[in-house]
Design a protein around this ligand. Structure first.
Ligand SMILES: NC(=O)c1ccc[n+]([C@@H]2O[C@H](COP(=O)([O-])OP(=O)(O)OC[C@H]3O[C@@H](n4cnc5c(N)ncnc54)[C@H](OP(=O)(O)O)[C@@H]3O)[C@@H](O)[C@H]2O)c1
Length: 314
């Protein structure tokens, strides 16, 4: 019997987590929804009543799934862990800590063996990409990746979903857009080469840095070179990516396609002339379980393949 805490239950990710737990009939004796003190007492779809985090409230859980931002994870994940709970954290707070495994279930489940109370999962664009890269890396070794993302606003949370909806309505109604609140520029009918934020002196965003470092950690190979450009597009749900893969050993396109088709969590959609390729709305609308991805491997030359990957980012 499992007692499960969902921390960040009112958020874009937390609400999908609760939905998925319900849909999959997750075998928990009790699920408790936590969010900030602002939401304490609020009743969620499905009837759970949100609780605020307190030292008394966090005892007696087997598992806590965190999706409440890095600051809340830094503060509360160690407290849950000290109380004997295994924390699975969705934020960036613990991902690159040497004593915290960064795990994607289809890629490196064996890293769960060495956790010490906290298990991290990666940034959304990294997570969907490594599922497709794993079989290619195991077979031919990845030398270099050139990644361009087309990321939906859902990755920035509820406030960004609201901003796209509000701005799109204003544009269509011929109303003034008002000042952007979430992004540096309007996102409606626009493309922003600015997913995440720029640290002082760095021309890459933190989102691009995460894609580089987290990919190496999950695949267990610091030698993989990664070039990343992360772009925010006016799509509500579903990140797309174009990934150019250079392998260490020759890999024929047909072999790459077969490897992808056989990989857990991967669906190959590859008949472009007939309009069959991954698209964000289809990946999100089918309500695919997390980890179900749709790469489209199309051949380039002997040692390189291009793949587009679509997945629901939550
Ligand atoms: N790995 C992935 O695939 C992936 C994808 C997207 C996002 N994320 C990460 O998941 C996290 C949440 O993202 P989101 O898009 O769901 O954000 P969001 O829609 O803004 O939701 C944030 C959630 O955290 C709660 N929260 C905020 N501060 C808190 C605090 N001090 N104590 C307790 N709860 C607090 C909020 O509660 P209130 O409603 O009460 O404010 C809300 O439930 C972020 O760290 C984000 O980077 C991961």
């Amino acid at each position: 019997m499992t007692r499960l805490a969902v921390v960040g239950a009112t958020g874009a990710v937390g609400s999908v987590m609760l939905e998925q737990l319900r849909e999959r009939s997750f075998p928990a004796e009790e699920i408790v929804a936590f969010a900030s003190a602002r939401s304490a007492g609020r009743e969620l779809d499905g009837g759970l009543v949100v609780q605020g985090l307190t030292d008394e409230a966090i005892h007696g859980f087997d598992l806590a799934i965190f999706s409440a931002g890095a600051a809340a994870s830094r503060e509360w994940a160690p407290r849950f862990a000290r109380a004997g709970t295994v924390v699975v954290d969705n934020s960036s707070a613990w991902r690159m800590h040497d004593d915290v495994p960064l795990v994607v279930s289809e890629v490196n489940p064996y890293d769960l063996a060495w956790h010490d109370g906290i298990v991290a999962n990666p940034n959304c664009s990294t997570m969907q990409m490594v599922v497709a890269l794993k079989p290619l890396h195991d077979t031919a070794g990845i030398e270099r990746l050139v990644v361009s993302t087309y990321q939906s606003v859902s990755g920035t949370g509820m406030k960004a979903i609201d901003e796209l909806r509000r701005q799109a309505r204003a544009v269509l109604d011929g109303e003034p857009l008002g000042e952007p609140r979430v992004y540096a520029h309007p996102i409606a009918f626009n493309v922003l080469p600015h997913a995440g934020s720029f640290a002082d002196g760095d021309d890459h965003t933190d989102e691009e840095r995460k894609l580089m470092s987290e990919t190496r950690k999950i695949l267990g190979d610091d030698a993989i070179r990664v070039s990343a450009t992360c772009v925010r597009v006016p799509v509500f749900f579903g990140h797309s990516e174009a990934v150019n893969v250079q392998t260490r050993r020759p890999l024929e396109p047909g072999e790459a396609r077969d490897l992808l088709a056989a990989a857990p969590g991967v669906t190959v959609l590859d008949d472009p002339a007939s309009g069959l390729y991954p698209i964000a709305t289809a990946a999100a609308a089918v309500n695919a379980p997390p980890g179900q991805h749709a790469p489209n491997a199309s051949a380039r030359r002997g040692r390189a393949a291009a793949a587009t990957i679509d997945a629901t980012d939550a």
